[in-house]
Design a protein. Structure first.
Lengths: 673, 187
């Protein structure tokens, strides 16, 4: 080192930076940054071309939207890929990589570390937004031109907001110069997990996907064209967004279950609520769009739901990112960003609601429908779901309101509050859900209702007996849930059998999703009521019994992973199952993490976690048996699958092209409800 | 404007209310770090026995003159055990005086606990029945207060002091108080 120093002189750190700077690849993040700036310009052009083109009837401008949407998606994708390359290369001159990655981090987590933080995850958000915009641009050829222009314009405008936020308040490409760390701070160990690789992208595809329904609603208000055709165009998009969000939420719940280490699968945490509220509103929207499309009713209500659903997505982003509500999930929190997001929320949603107040058709209820018609059932569905959203919203924000009102006193609203209201609402919803397949538009014949009654007797009896056989003890909640779920399945299977030829994809999707709801309900109820577990102090050789199975602590040892060391306990059960929970200490941050050992099963999981060492050779351990917990996520996946199947129904496309060619169609054939 | 039309403006009104609430939530700033009504108020008076050593009792006067951390701890509190090493590290690194409040605890158990883990504190006040805890608005152990040279509470941390909370929220307060103190003395 003695002798020559670079002309700029300086310390070793300076030299190191200069060496880095000479490295040609160091320019990679700069190109990525530039691509995202270019995407912002493109998004602004898209907004202008779409909205102005539609307003002034310039066909060429509207046509240009397709190219602009493709350019926007390409540019953001380029930025995203280059940021990923930066992480994989361990280029810690980029602040984000230095803060969230590490040379020892396994490559797949370097990959997911890109979105395991605020800035990167927001870049992913804008990428998903651009992807949806491109999808609408490519598939929207059948839309009437002015309408298409407005949809594109609104989507472009939204992404202008998101990209501005990204570049001004959370730039993922910010550099650490001139002092470049040699080693990164590592990814939060909670996020070093497969579930976290797939959970955020799924959730974002859902969250952002509702922006399409929002754009359709705003475009419809702008055009004054709030008709059946508008609903028919919206339906498949809404279904896809809803399906992805369903998968995202199920994955999140699954992740919390095995990674947070205390065996819970839902906590009513503000961040969970932030994704659950738009999901519930989206579920209501999927159903009310059916009424608007088939019967031309609930128009103002449906358009309001479309706006509300996306607004709740934005509120969700605000809650997660601003730190206004404290939460176990808030990995990246910053008040300034929160303020920016609040302004974004106010402009986007406020604008849409002003438009709504001015343009929505006044509410009239001239539509005729009788007792237990399909319209009525769907109305009840909507009221129950919206009530659930309202309850969760109020309970989530109540601590905030309380603090604002009292000037600093803090309280928290725990799961019991949520459960007390939410669970009964879902039971009532289940009753109406069981009636769904047999119900008809306008009026449901009495004979059909009688048949449902008979099915109720059979289903409820079967379900109740089943739950009794499964658990051995009578638990009213589990019994009621299984009875209702069996009834739901019975009425759907019965209707499915009777239909024979007339089973379009929309119908199949509905049946699948509804059965998924029943499966999920059984899982939730049985897990909640029949789970058992013990906390024990165990040393090697000792045994305990949980759920009729004996667990013996066979060995305690220390193991080394790629970026951690761990204490590991090995348990063996009576029936030959080996479970090895770990307590890991990660090198880079010194974080201590509990890694649960889980033996999954269709009818129940065994779940073992390590607590604290209580002596040299003894540990506190928690052993649990969680019957049918998998059914919760299985049900979620079925619901999502149902949504996708319904989306694929070709009738939307055929009818949609007919609509844009001529006047809106009055009524369809068989109903994809 | 008809009633039906007015009804359509209702969502907008509700939304404005929600935005105002969220904005208010923001005005509370980083409220999670500053929940104590005592912030900016003098540390309450006390005259309590110590865990050992001379003198046998301490009062509020013993806190004055320097920026200090006051840490509420107990042997029944597992988080306090986890926090202990961090506090020892902070004391060794920064030389800041940490005063312990042994809260609703058995003094003999507390002495044994310190003998086993080491004692980075300057001294410990025994608050056996939690009277001082009530005056301080303590929710539970551990809690840590930053008290300035004039005996005024400047910061309160509910829950363990970790490397992150020290670096992000407590150290900045301590550093600015120390700088202010130095400037004042130079004047």
């Amino acid at each position: 080192m003695e002798g020559k120093t670079p002309p700029s002189g300086g310390s070793g750190l300076d030299r190191q930076f200069l060496n880095r700077a000479r490295d040609e690849a160091a320019v990679i993040p700069e190109i990525g940054h530039f691509a995202v700036v270019a995407a912002l310009v493109t998004a602004a052009s898209l907004a202008g071309a779409g909205l102005v083109g539609a307003a002034t009837g310039r066909a060429a401008w509207v046509d240009a939207c397709r190219g602009l949407a493709a350019a926007q998606a390409g540019l953001i994708l380029l930025g995203f890929v280059l940021l990923t390359v930066t992480f994989l290369r361990d280029d810690f001159s980029v602040e984000l990589a230095a803060a969230h990655s590490n040379t020892l981090l396994p490559w797949q987590y370097k990959f997911s570390a890109v979105w395991g933080n605020h800035e990167g995850s927001f870049l992913l958000w804008t990428l998903v937004m651009a992807g949806w915009t491109l999808a609408v641009a490519l598939a929207g050829g059948r839309l009437e031109q002015a309408f298409f222009g407005r949809v594109m314009g609104v989507l472009g405008l939204l992404n202008v907001g998101f990209l501005l936020f990204l570049l001004l308040a959370s730039n993922p490409f910010a550099r650490l110069a001139p002092f470049v760390p040699l080693e990164g701070n590592d990814l939060n160990p909670l996020l070093q997990d497969f579930g976290q690789i797939v959970h955020p992208p799924m959730l974002y595809v859902g969250y952002v996907g509702f922006s399409v329904a929002f754009a359709f609603a705003v475009a419809a208000l702008l055009s004054g064209r709030l008709d059946a055709a508008w609903a028919r165009w919206s339906r498949p998009w809404t279904n896809v967004a809803w399906a992805f969000q369903t998968v995202g939420i199920a994955l999140g719940s699954w992740w919390a279950y095995y990674e947070l280490g205390w065996g819970g699968w839902w906590f009513w945490d503000p961040v969970e609520n932030a994704s659950f509220m738009p999901w519930l509103a989206g579920t209501a929207l999927v159903h009310s769009l059916a009424v608007t499309e088939k019967r031309g009713a609930f128009k103002s209500w449906t358009v309001l739901l479309a706006i509300a659903t996306f607004s709740l997505c934005l509120v969700g982003a605000f809650v997660v990112r601003s730190g206004v509500l404290t939460s176990v999930h808030a990995f990246a929190v910053d008040p300034e960003r929160g303020m920016f997001l609040l302004i974004l929320l106010a402009v986007a949603v406020g604008g849409a609601l002003v438009l709504y107040a001015m343009r929505a058709p006044a509410i009239r209820s001239r539509l005729q429908y009788g007792g237990l018609s399909r319209e009525l059932l769907l109305l009840v569905n909507n009221l129950l779901l919206v009530a659930a959203v309202a309850v969760i919203f109020i309970y989530t924000l109540y601590p905030l309101a309380y603090e604002a009102a009292t000037g600093g006193d803090r309280i928290s609203v725990g799961p019991p509050y949520f459960n007390r209201v939410f669970v009964p609402l879902m039971f009532v919803l289940a009753v109406f859900l069981a009636l769904a397949p047999a119900a008809r538009w306008k009026r449901t014949p009495l004979t059909v209702l009688r048949r449902i009654g008979v099915l109720f007797g059979i289903g409820a009896a079967l379900g109740a007996v089943g739950s009794l056989l499964l658990g051995g003890v009578l638990k009213p909640g589990a019994m009621l849930a299984t009875a209702l779920a069996t009834w739901i399945v019975a009425t759907h299977v019965d209707d499915f059998r009777k239909r024979r030829g007339a089973r379009p994809l929309g119908y199949l999707g509905m049946v699948t999703a509804h059965v998924g709801f029943a499966v999920c309900m059984v899982g939730v109820a049985v897990t909640s009521e029949y789970s058992e577990g013990i906390d024990a102090r165990m040393s090697v050789g000792e045994s305990v019994e949980v759920g009729g199975v004996g667990y013996t602590l066979a060995a305690l040892d220390r193991v080394r992973g790629p970026n951690y060391v761990a204490d590991r306990a090995v348990f063996e059960t009576d029936d030959g199952v080996r479970l090895a929970p770990e307590k890991r200490t990660y090198f880079a941050r010194g974080d201590v993490m509990t890694e649960a050992a889980i033996r999954p099963g269709f009818f129940g999981d065994r779940y073992v976690t390590l607590g604290e060492p209580v002596a040299d050779d003894a540990w506190g351990v928690r052993i649990e048996h969680k019957p049918m917990v998998r059914w919760i996520w299985l049900g979620g996946l079925l619901m999502a699958f149902g949504g996708l199947v319904a989306m694929a129904d070709g009738r939307y496309r055929r009818l949609a092209s007919r609509d844009s060619a001529s006047a809106p169609a009055g009524r369809g054939g068989a109903q994809p409800a | 404007m008809t009633r039906a039309r007015a009804l359509l403006a209702l969502p907008l009104a509700v939304f404005v209310g929600i935005v105002l609430l969220l904005h208010a939530g923001f005005g509370l700033g980083r409220a999670d770090l500053l929940p104590s009504a005592l912030l900016g108020k003098p540390f309450p008076d006390f005259d309590l026995p110590t865990l050992g050593g001379e003198p046998a009792s301490r009062s509020r006067a013993d806190l004055l003159g320097k920026v200090r951390l006051v840490n509420v701890w107990a042997t029944w509190c597992p988080t306090c055990a986890a926090e202990h090493d961090e506090l020892a590290g902070i004391a060794a690194e920064t030389g800041i005086g940490i005063v312990g409040i042994n809260y609703k605890d058995d003094p003999n158990a507390a002495r044994a606990w310190l003998a086993q883990r080491g004692d980075p504190y300057r001294f410990h006040i025994v608050d056996a029945n939690g009277d001082l805890g009530v005056d301080l608005g303590v929710y539970g152990a551990p809690e840590t207060f930053v008290v300035d040279a004039d005996g005024v509470i400047r910061f309160k941390q509910v829950g363990a002091v970790t490397a992150e909370t020290w670096r992000d929220s407590i150290a900045p307060v301590v550093v600015s108080l120390r700088e202010a103190l130095i400037q004042e003395r130079q004047r």
